[in-house]
Design a protein around this ligand. Sequence first.
Ligand SMILES: [Zn+2]
Length: 447
Amino acid sequence: MTSYWCEQAWLNDAVADRVRVSLDNEGTIQHVEAGVEPARGDEALAGMVLPGFANAHSHAFHRALRGRTHASDSAGTGRAESTFWLWRERMYELAARLDPDAYLRLATATYAEMARAGYSCVGEFHYLHHDADGTPYDPPNAMADVLREAARRAGIRLTLIDACYLTGGIGEPLTGVQRRFGDGDADGWAARVDDLALDPNTRIGLAAHSVRAVPADQLATVAHAARDRPLHMHLSEQPAENTACLSHYGRSPTTLLAEHGLLGPSSTAVHATHLRPDDVRVLGESGTTACFCPTTERDLGDGIGPASALAEAGSPLALGSDQHAVIDPFEDARAVEMNERLASGQRGRFSPAQLVTAATAAGHASLGWPEAGRIRVGAPCDLVGISTHTVRTAGATAEQVMFAATAADIHTVVVNGRPVVAQGCHVLGDVGRLLTEAIEPLWGELR
Ligand SMILES: [Zn+2]
């Protein structure tokens, strides 16, 4: 039996001193003891140890957009030209260029960056299903298989969230590169996702991309296909989505999704930014998780969603790095609190313990791994060791580490009992080099 001995660790929503965590050969925790000295053979972890983080919302290929969507205007005045539409144009250029080989390189490097940042599990909201002109691959889930392989190589668990994506907007057909995303109708999509198998590192979730991309008469098919599996959906990220939904269907996106059976304790609404009080109530009463992606939402200028109102209404809060402008779970977690401080003029909307739960246990539950995200018997042994004497963390209390640390302060990451990061180094080596080698060829002809 392997044992880790932690100087301090997060147990039962609080900090405990001198904790030994023992696990079996499958990587499952068998014993947890606090207040003990290290024994011979224990792997000692200095500083503060948190459970593994869950990245509840990822589009791996968007990592290639980081630092490429903030242009000055073409007239040379030096003014910014960084609209949402410039971002989307770049995203489509990129989506058109990815084949399975390029995607394997990019997703492996991106997931390695996540593991380096303390994520033990990622929920990949996957819609890059087919070849660039919409022709299915052989096998039809070749791109999903690429994501599984990337997660396995990077040492991170995967929930493959296969998204139904049928229209380019309400009442608009898919055009151009969007044809990669479509399966004709929800039945065609459901038949393809039926072939997605579990493996020890992968669980399957499903998604309705959004009310923009799935017509109302197709939503019930998506809900039925998901049954008790995780069901995710983008919700009310931009006011334009609400306006289009109201004018076409006469109801808000939240109401439309509720009417077709897409909300509930297995469901996760991603963003949930522009909600009416009624929407907040419906989401909370249904037990739907709200997945906030603050570093993406600020990058895209989406707005600040009602995180504490949703939590008070009954929605668990999860977190995702989404388009990966930043991959740092500390930054996303504290941004939820900091954004509310700015918007409300009040401090202390979320406690440090609530932010840890959002980043760990609630995120894993949203991704269909309810046993994970806590340091306790029966959970997979996912541990994140944080140095408490760096220039950022020195002097902070262990309880408040979420408000001080960054991903760069992590020295060790253990996923399912296996060390994936040791002394700050990922098992695949230099992750910056992997990212460079994956991303630069994609933009080579466009510079
Ligand atoms: Zn998204």
